[in-house]
Design a protein around this ligand. Structure first.
Ligand code: ZN
Ligand code: ZN
Length: 528
């Protein structure tokens, strides 16, 4: 059945691109495979204009990790056994072809000087991998184009450090002109494209160029930087691609390792899939948020410096949370080559500079593209999400009376204005308002100005009404979300009650509500 689907898809492709020929494509893929594997054996980097930035970054990171550990893991005596296109897919952003390669080789560990290497006798083994090639719809096959040519103008490609064609400035590895290797996966855990997310349409309304393929490649490149930062205890590796809080977290972790005199051994890493799992627009923080799950396996363990740990291969599933400022749009030109200056499009160099080394533009992480804001194990990520959903559910019963977002916004603004009217707004009151805004799907940026305004908007929530009562109830539940209602929160609630002419809830009633929320949370934790 799968072969039939591939045939159908190839037929469709040939309608769009008359000169496309599967056999010729597979021949080219195999030649690229041979060049890359051969280069690896010699310690050379892959042809940068034929692979995505995620693939290129893997190579750079592996090289650094090998240097760090003083060992290289190489395939020698490679004999190809099979090349076969096992998947062909398209969406409105990219066509993709999934090619399976089987080869026999000897896997050897070579010492590069440090004493962490072990002499492992090379064993012959068969390895099967899937390489994913992508190309933009509308691109056409250029017959007889020799390897190493610019896929746009046909001149010999000499991209240099900027990795732009020196003749026509084309970004050869964007996917715009020709097939680009975008993923290397081990076949054992291959699942094909994984498209179980919602929110793509809403995201495309704001950003028409946003697509799974580009996000997945961006996540792959960030994943390798993250792996390298942890292996080297060096948060600077993430400087260009992480938020300040993520950098801080990584720095703290590195410090802790240093303090214990330990390192992290990360070795023999195989990525099994990078899949977009969540697309969100955080109105509270006013940013786009996407989550991508990286399935991978490798040998991971802590060790004290100098002695190499013996760790088995373990399966890992890491969810990377990437964020960018609201309003940023995907650059269609760069495609799966996003590790570039937002201004002049030159490929970034290796230095962790904060501005482009070609045009001097400040890099401003998060203002032009997605950057890393968190990395969690899949199970942790799932349980946090489930917990949030449950807690949100306990607030929900009060929401129907404020069904429309603008209504909830107005109420929150009033709440803010009331807090302001009674004096200085302290940080816990601010936090409570922020929390309410988040729970109610209202942008805090629309509420915050009320905290500084001297003339509160007209207050037309009828005092003593049922609506006023359920409003106060919702505020109380929001305050209790952390399992307790502290004195500042209680003071605000009492002030609101007075204004709304509702009998002030007793200290015991508030404590009971907090207990109730706490119990719900505990139950959720037990269930997950
Ligand atoms: Zn060119
Ligand atoms: Zn630049």
């Amino acid at each position: 059945a799968s072969a039939k689907l591939v045939d159908q898809e190839i037929a469709r492709l040939r309608k769009e691109d008359r000169d496309f020929d599967l056999a010729a494509f597979e021949q080219r893929a195999q030649a690229l495979f041979a060049r890359i594997m051969d280069g690896r054996e010699k310690g050379e980097l892959p042809p940068r204009h034929e692979v995505s930035d995620g693939v290129y970054r893997r190579e750079l990171a592996m090289r650094e990790i090998e240097r760090e550990h003083g060992v290289r893991l190489v395939h020698t005596a490679i004999h190809p056994l099979e090349v076969r296109t096992i998947g062909a897919f398209h969406d409105r952003f990219f066509d993709s072809l999934h090619v399976r390669f089987s080869f026999s080789s000897r896997v050897t560990e070579l010492s590069t000087g440090k004493n962490l290497a072990t002499t492992r006798s090379p064993e012959e083994q068969v390895t099967t991998v899937v390489w994913v090639f992508v190309r933009r719809p509308g691109a056409k096959t250029k017959k007889g184009l020799p390897a190493g040519s610019c896929p746009n103008c046909g001149a010999p490609f000499s991209g240099g450090a900027t990795n732009l064609c020196s003749h026509c400035q084309a970004i050869g590895n964007s996917g715009q002109y020709d097939w680009v290797l975008a993923q290397e996966l081990s076949f054992d855990a291959y699942r094909g494209p994984w498209r179980e997310f919602t929110g793509l349409e809403q995201m495309n309304e704001r950003d028409p160029g946003f697509c799974p393929e580009v996000s997945e490649d961006r996540a792959a490149l960030i994943f390798w930087k993250w792996i390298l930062a942890r292996t080297r205890r060096d948060p600077d590796q993430l400087r260009r691609v992480a938020t300040p809080s993520m950098l801080q977290e990584t720095a703290a972790e590195a410090e802790a390792y240093r303090g214990r005199g330990e390192r992290r051994w990360i070795w023999d890493v195989q990525v099994e899939g990078v899949d977009l799992v969540l697309i969100d627009h955080d109105t509270d923080e006013d940013k786009d948020e996407v989550c991508l799950r990286v399935r991978w396996r490798g040998r991971v363990g802590d060790f004290s410096e100098g002695s190499r740990p013996v760790v088995p291969v373990s399966s890992q599933s890491t969810v990377l949370t990437l964020v960018r400022e609201s309003g940023v749009k995907t650059d269609m030109r760069t495609g799966v080559s996003s590790d570039r200056c937002h201004k002049c499009k030159a490929a970034h160099g290796e230095a962790d500079t904060v501005k482009c080394s070609y045009c001097g533009a400040p890099l401003e992480p998060g203002k032009h593209d997605f950057v890393l804001d968190g990395a969690h194990g899949w199970e942790t990520w799932m349980s946090v999400r489930r917990q949030r959903a449950e807690v949100a559910k306990t607030v929900e019963p009060y929401l129907p009376s404020f069904k429309f977002a603008d209504e909830r916004l107005r109420l929150l603004q009033m709440m803010a204005a009331m807090a302001r009217a009674d004096g200085r707004v302290d940080s816990s009151e601010r936090a409570l308002l922020k929390l309410c805004a988040k729970r109610w799907g209202v942008g805090f940026r629309d509420v915050a100005p009320m905290l500084d305004c001297h003339q509160p908007p007209e207050f037309d929530l009828e005092p003593g009404s049922w609506l006023a009562r359920s409003f106060l109830e919702a505020v109380i539940t929001a305050a209790a979300i952390d399992g307790q209602i502290d004195s500042k929160e209680r003071a605000l609630i009492l002030r609101l009650a007075r204004r709304l002419r509702i009998a002030a809830p007793s200290r015991e009633a508030l404590a009971a509500r907090a207990e109730q929320v706490k119990a719900t949370r505990r139950q959720v934790e037990l269930d997950s």
